[in-house]
Design a protein around this ligand. Sequence first.
Ligand code: NAD
Length: 294
Amino acid sequence: MARIGFIGLGNMGGGMAANLAKKGHDVHAFDLSQDALDRAKKEGCLPVGSAREAAEDAEAVITMLPAGSHVEQVYTDSVFGTASTAAILIDCSTIDVATARRVADAAAAKGLTAVDAPVSGGIAAANAGSLTFMVGGSGEAFERAEPFLADMGKAVIHAGANGAGQAAKICNNMILGATMIATCEAFALAKKLGLDSQAFYDIASVSSGQSWSMTSYCPVPGVGPESPSDHDYAGGFATALMLKDLRLAIEAAASVDADTPIGAKARDLYEAFAAAGNGALDFSAIIKTSGGAA
Ligand code: NAD
């Protein structure tokens, strides 16, 4: 079993660090929040007083932080200069591709090896140890990161070079945001055309309109398998996080001159929905704007 430094014990990182401790790893955990540290201690981690302490003598340093600025700051101020060159540095946060590449290059310049390994799956998957990791880094770095990630997830996939994990994550979520809106619009239109939502689901879920947004996460309450729509859109994947990922996707698209009009429209619609006070609701709640909820 390994000594692991884990930095960022929030909604996602808390459960991930706990799963590593459950697998028998020696998890030295740090967060700016005392509550998060207390929770980590209850879950079998050893709370430490700084990110530097977490990184010291670790075989793997894992970060799960809000955004690129946090990751860059923690790496620059605490991980670089502390972590051993034998350690694998794994950032599981969802951040912009440019920062992910910059951090990996800075690590390499110091003789350190870093991968970006953002996740698919929300808080429930983080707690259950069933996340999917998409990993950007060299083949050798992937092999070193893989066993640690496997202890927190159900799938660990090598996406390509540094930054490719983040690219996969935001492209995936751009599809998700757009298909959710399209699914919501279709349910709303079907309803206005006099079609029962369940009947429409029964047809579209086995026809070419089928998607994950429809059959695994139906935005209409009482239709399809249980999802946040059945709990008044509480829990799940917050609108604010979907908006964050869509903004990252559109920013990345601009940086490589890619034309993504549907992604940009999805970003605009989620921006308006969040600005209306819905940021904490699950992202499928956007169906409320088209009037398609049953
Ligand atoms: P969160 O805000 O709950 O947790 C972030 C934690 O980082 C907080 O506990 C905060 O105190 C801590 N932190 C911030 N700066 C720090 C620093 N300098 N040193 C130590 N700790 C610091 O966020 P989350 O929901 O856990 O999300 C984490 C990342 O995972 C984000 O990038 C998010 O986009 C991504 N993500 C989240 C979900 C989800 O459903 N919540 C799903 C997939 C990916």
